[in-house]
Design a protein around this ligand. Structure first.
Ligand code: ZN
Length: 371
């Protein structure tokens, strides 16, 4: 679209015959899009006397905000934690490959690695850039190396680090830069984690708790220092114990400061997390703080499984993969929502939550039929 065109000259697309997710409800309403943004049709009719240039018949499907995956380690033959000069190409390849799964934005995630990997890879990842027609990059998620050896999972043990007496400057030296970083997962039981969390939060980086043997009070201290997320709840942390429920206890903690929300990611693939555990988390946290982490499983599959396993509404399942991660990252004014003025990143789904088409900035970038 030529940039010298005034806003009112840009083509207006009206998606009709659809149920759109707005105000936490699926409702029969049209979706209006212009210049990559969701448009307020009333303003269009009354102020500009405008009308649609293009109409799209959605055949009764659901239109929801595009999914946001805050933890993608790679996939499709790409590993973001590899020391290579080709990280940029890898990000673009993944950014296109996740479109059929309804993901329109993501956080490339680097697992525990030697310092040289961070120094090489981080400067190659550009926020916003998923390449032409690819999902957008919201920022980088650094999962480790400040995590527990006992809960390291697949992270290489010889690369694990502690904050030592240097605290935040140790972290800065390891990563080399925090430019483009949006989430850091740490184990809160590490010495000096409180001050490190505060420094990260001060820089508007979201701190997540995970790969940890923290008890509940250490987890609560971390939240009080500013941590706001739990990386793959239930996995790589102490199991829930009634005398000390560990990080899982944050779901019902009474030591969360007023007005604060602790979000959590879950690998809702039917393998990493038992459906009963999904239901416990879902019912314990009715205020709606779930986000879904696709991990090995694809995001659309996790949304379907979460919906079936918990018996939650379609709206809740869709918001867990769109609105909630956007809220976690403080981006909900433009992502994870179909509110007027938001980015027109959205998907068409059938009633069984199968993704049928994916749009980024109002452009059709993938569909189950040929574009
Ligand atoms: Zn992990």
């Amino acid at each position: 679209m030529p940039s010298n065109k005034s806003v009112s000259d840009a083509p207006i697309v009206q998606f009709r015959n659809c149920r759109i997710l707005r105000n936490h409800k699926l409702q029969w309403e049209d979706l209006w899009v212009r210049q990559g943004k969701i448009l307020n049709p009333e303003k269009l009719f009354f102020d500009e006397k405008g009308a649609a240039d293009v109409q799209v018949d959605c055949q009764g499907r659901i239109i929801a905000p595009g999914f946001i995956d805050v933890q993608i380690n790679g996939g499709f033959g790409v590993d973001f934690s590899q020391e290579t000069d080709e990280t940029g190409q890898g990000v673009c390849l993944v950014a296109r490959s996740i479109l059929p799964h309804g993901v329109t934005s993501f956080c490339p995630t680097i697992v525990t690695s030697p310092s040289s990997v961070y120094h090489k890879v981080l400067p190659q990842i550009t926020v916003g850039d998923g390449g032409p027609g690819g999902a957008g990059v919201l920022g980088i998620h650094l999962e480790g190396p400040y995590i527990s050896a006992e809960k390291k999972g697949a992270h290489p043990e010889h690369c694990l680090r502690s904050f030592s007496e240097r605290g935040f400057s140790e972290l800065l030296k390891t990563y080399g830069t925090l430019d483009g970083v949006i989430i850091v997962t740490v184990a809160p039981e590490m010495g000096r984690s409180g001050e490190v969390i505060k420094e990260l939060v001060k820089r508007r980086i979201c701190v997540s708790l995970g790969h940890s043997v923290a008890n509940l009070s250490q987890a609560e201290d971390a939240v009080n220092s500013g941590a706001s997320f739990i990386t793959h709840l239930f996995n790589a942390m102490l199991p829930f114990h009634h005398r000390d429920p560990g990080i899982v206890g944050l779901l019902t903690s009474d030591r969360i400061p007023a007005g604060r929300t602790v979000y959590y990611g879950m690998i809702a693939d039917g393998i990493h997390t038992n459906p009963a555990a999904l239901r416990i988390a879902h019912r314990a946290h009715p205020s709606g703080t779930r986000t879904l982490a696709g991990s090995i499983a694809t995001m659309d599959m996790c949304v379907r499984h979460f919906h079936e396993a918990t018996g939650c509404t379609l709206e809740e399942a869709l918001e867990a993969a769109s609105l909630h991660p956007a809220q976690l990252l403080g981006l909900h004014h433009r992502k994870g929502t179909l509110d007027f003025g938001a980015d027109a990143d959205f998907i068409q789904l059938d009633d069984n939550l199968n993704v049928k088409a994916t749009y980024i900035a109002g452009e059709l970038v993938w569909s189950s039929w040929a574009i």
